[in-house]
Design a protein around this ligand. Structure first.
Ligand code: ADP
Ligand code: MG
Length: 422
């Protein structure tokens, strides 16, 4: 059954999103939350408001774009209190208590009472029932979410979950929601990412990214507004790719395919340094490979801890199977991807040369290496196998990686200087 929502922000029609989706299409993520093969589409077209009894006015969940950020001309036509336009709860969809005008004013009068961070279930329900709790964006026009028997389809991670959708223009996007309140440094980081010139983002392999929320920057720093707080979300173009480990599993034995991926990864990391960008948590779950033979490309998601000039330090130190064992928050900066970049490059080339290595070391959350290897450089079966690789670049790269592990901290030289033969 196709449900409908209304998106009143028709002003977004001028949005030029199609320009560079570049092969971003149907999301092929891995951690599908609990839904079977059965999927339905939940469509959010623009159209007459729910109050006017438009399509889907009864029995179907709909979405009323919030009026707050509309241009003045449209704002006049929008309902003053979006909660008043809510229709009775559609059957089978849990409804949350509507936020009444008095509840809203009480909240601004008593900012001390901190509301708990919304659960995943609540955010997914709100997407249908209380769209005014999210900031609008033209890319959301006519958003159609895939739906399974228990609700909207989403993909989970430890810090966030993502909800893919297709919009009116046929573009593939996703909303990324946080499992807990993002800190001010993260908010600022996303604001910086949003400013990244489009061509730079493409060269770096970053999906187009927008921060949707009601956080405000002022002299006291970034803070959440108390009057019309919305659940923040990151809006991103969706990469139609496979997680790096899935890609390797599928292409194990395809020497050329893995060598191309290794070369593309290296190129991206060289671009990182040229543009003073660093991801901070390079690992299989945050790297997507769009596999297309010689046109294969590498994309990076989960930008919570990235470095850009001007951002504040992130205290995350990345996934321990990919990072220097002595990495600490003080190593945050433009060179922080060098170690994990070299590790990934060596792993890809090593598996290209010897697919058996993958089968011997296949486990979730690693690409050949895991923390015990990094803590015992040169002294595990993996290191010994790498030292015997038929690819001299793997032998050289592994030796360099082992030396880096012996150092008191991660390398502070450009990635190009870490690659063997450069
Ligand atoms: N732009 C994107 N395109 C496709 N998949 C994405 C995108 N951003 C995130 N994902 C996927 O969504 C899931 C959770 O996202 P992630 O940002 O990595 O959250 P976490 O911080 O919890 O690891 C992962 O499977 C990830 O690969
Ligand atoms: Mg992640």
């Amino acid at each position: 059954m196709a449900g409908q929502i209304l998106v009143a922000a028709a002003s977004g029609a001028a949005f030029v999103a199609g320009a560079a989706l570049l092969g971003f299409a149907v999301f092929a993520g891995t951690s599908l939350i609990g839904f079977g093969l059965y999927r339905r589409n939940r469509r959010y077209p623009r159209g007459p408001s729910r109050a006017s009894g438009g399509p889907g006015a009864r029995g179907t969940p709909r979405y009323q774009a919030p009026p707050q950020r509309q241009p003045p001309g449209l704002a006049a036509a929008a309902p003053k209190d979006p909660t008043r336009t809510l229709s009775p709860s559609p059957s089978g969809v849990r409804r949350d208590r509507p936020m009444t005008a008095s509840a809203s004013s009480q909240r601004s009068a008593a900012p001390a009472a901190k509301t708990p961070w919304p659960t995943r279930r609540k955010i997914l329900d709100d997407l249908i029932d209380h769209p005014d709790r999210f900031a609008p964006h033209p890319a959301l026009d006519g958003a159609t979410f895939e739906e399974g028997p228990t609700g909207i389809q989403c993909f989970g991670g430890s810090n966030a979950f993502t909800v893919p959708f297709t919009n009116d223009a046929g573009e593939s996007w996703l909303l990324r929601f946080f499992n807990s309140e993002p800190n001010p440094a993260q908010v600022k980081r996303y604001r910086h990412l949003e400013m990244l010139p489009r061509d730079v983002g493409l060269a770096l392999g970053l999906p187009r990214t927008y921060w949707l929320d009601d956080y405000r920057s002022d002299a006291r720093g970034v803070r959440r507004t108390t009057d019309s707080a919305r659940t923040p979300a990151v809006l991103m173009t969706r990469v139609d790719g496979q997680h790096m480990d899935r890609f390797v599993a599928k292409h194990c034995g395809d020497r050329q395919g893995l060598l191309v991926a290794a070369a593309r990864l290296r190129d991206r990391l060289l671009h990182f340094e040229a543009h003073q960008f660093a991801h901070g948590d390079l690992q299989d779950g945050n790297i997507l490979v769009v596999s297309d033979g010689p046109g294969t490309s590498i994309w990076f998601v989960d930008l919570d801890d990235c470095y850009l000039p001007g951002v504040e330090t992130s205290h995350s130190v990345g996934h321990s199977n990919y990072q220097h064992p002595k990495r600490t928050p003080k190593h945050f900066g433009p060179l922080m991807d060098g170690f994990s970049g070299l590790l990934l490059w060596v792993a890809l080339r090593a598996i290209a040369a010897d697919p058996q290595l993958w089968y011997d070391n296949d486990d979730d959350g690693r690409l050949l290496f895991e923390l015990p290897d990094l803590q015992r450089p040169g002294d595990t079966d993996l290191w010994r196998a790498l030292a015997d690789s038929s690819d001299p670049e793997v032998r050289g790269g592994a030796e360099r990686l082992a030396n880096l592990c012996r150092a008191p901290g991660p390398p502070s030289v450009p990635f190009a200087d870490l690659l063997p033969g450069w």
